[in-house]
Design a protein around this ligand. Structure first.
Ligand code: GTP
Ligand code: IMP
Ligand code: MG
Length: 359
């Protein structure tokens, strides 16, 4: 089985957490990191320790899986080496020799007036992808520091698929940030859909069995995008769920606008940049569209416990509260598909898993 995990909204949907769950539950032999590059910040908790990963797949939590970085991904060498050290995966990770490398000049260029207008992560990804398209970027194979890690990733991964092994591919960002399908120019420097994630790894579309599209139970966005509708004071007032969360935010002493207080209460702060994220209610139209373009076979909803704290850590559907079930049901009805995984906490195994059916 080959599975691809992508974000269905604007990134930070909890792909990292879901990949770590699938890595431990399904035990894939190979786990690949696809997507743009170190602009992503995936968060995963292992043995009570928090890891903020930008280069290495969150699937590292399974000590038996081989880890790969696909040719489509931009590599920040220093960051990669730091994460190898932090996670201790040096003997089981490979980087495709053709990955383009982010250099200092790309990071510097990512603080231009245009980068600021878009609110980029400043990680150099846009300028490095531009250099790649202009065919002036350097590749992973050109750097001594990466010597022990270089491989032909498509060969490894296709050999594994031919041998009947399971492969998990972790994408980054979200559908609404796609260079093709997002609100251009307020987008990242590459397409973020499942097809591109597979291409990043050198896996053909006919070989992909499952596409997991991850949504958060509400929407968050970091960086600029004037086309997005964020939660307004009036909408919060009209909803008992949001009003209750705002009361909690105030009780915790958070200050600012309603949206800022909610973001702080929900812990919505950028992993890479530390910037506060803006909050919206679940965007059904975008979710429907992105499920379609991604070819979703599995729909995952994360952070249900943040809206309904009584569901924290719940692993059985029957033990979810009525409000939470009704929220999930509303999403399913509007998307016309059933959710197959629901995440109820940051911990790897805080998951309701009904991929085998609901009864
Ligand atoms: P990008 O690649 O940057 O788009 O990131 P991501 O999709 O991996 O998400 P990120 O880790 O940036 O943000 C998700 C946050 O929510 C992290 O802090 C996770 O630990 C946390 N998280 C994920 N799932 C859940 C959940 O079900 N409940 C709670 N409370 N936290 C969760
Ligand atoms: P860039 O990818 O750094 O060029 O940033 C372009 C836009 O995508 C900005 O609005 C960023 O905030 C957003 N973005 C890029 N990567 C992520 C991510 O991993 N999570 C959320 N937003 C992201
Ligand atoms: Mg993130």
């Amino acid at each position: 089985m080959v599975s691809v995990v992508v974000g269905g909204h604007y990134g930070d949907e909890g792909k990292g957490k879901m990949v770590s769950y699938l890595a431990l539950k399904d035990k894939p032999a190979y786990i690949g990191r696809a997507g743009v590059g170190p602009n992503a910040g995936h968060t995963v908790y292992k043995d009570g320790k928090k890891y903020g990963l930008r280069m290495i797949t969150c699937g590292f939590v399974n000590p038996n899986s081989h880890l790969l970085i696909g040719a489509g991904v931009l590599v920040d060498i220093q960051r990669f080496l730091e994460e190898v050290e932090m996670t201790g995966v040096g003997d089981r990770i490979k980087v495709d020799r053709r990955c383009a490398v982010i250099e200092q000049e790309h990071k510097d260029a990512d603080h231009s007036a245009n980068s600021k207008k878009i609110g980029t992560t400043g990680s150099g990804c846009g300028p490095a992808n531009a250099a790649r398209v202009n065919r002036v970027a350097r590749q992973a194979k050109d750097f001594k520091e990466l010597e022990g890690y270089i491989a032909d990733v498509p060969q490894l991964i296709n050999d594994a698929i031919d041998g009947g092994e399971d492969v998990l591919i972790e994408a980054s960002q979200g559908f609404g940030l796609s260079l093709y399908y997002g609100n251009y120019p307020y987008v990242t420097s590459k397409d973020t859909s499942a097809s591109t994630a597979a291409a990043d790894m050198g896996v053909g579309p006919t070989r992909v069995n499952d596409v997991y599209v991850i949504f958060k139970a509400y929407m968050s966005r970091v960086g600029e995008d004037p086309y997005i509708h964020y939660l307004t004071d009036e909408e919060v007032e009209k909803s008992s769920m949001w009003t209750a969360l705002l009361e909690r935010a105030k009780a915790e002493g958070h200050e600012g606008t309603t949206n800022e207080m909610l973001a702080k209460h929900l812990g919505e702060v950028g992993t890479v940049t530390g910037r506060p994220r803006k909050i919206g209610s679940f965007d059904y139209d975008l979710a429907r569209y992105s499920s379609r373009v991604n070819g979703a076979t599995q729909i995952c909803i994360t952070c249900l416990d943040k809206l309904f704290p009584e569901c924290s850590g719940v692993k059985d559907y029957d033990r979810l509260s009525e409000d939470a079930i009704s929220h999930v049901g509303g999403i399913e009805e509007k998307l016309g598909v059933k959710a197959t995984l629901i995440s109820t906490g940051p911990d790897v195994f805080d998951v309701v898993d009904f991929r085998d059916g609901r009864e």
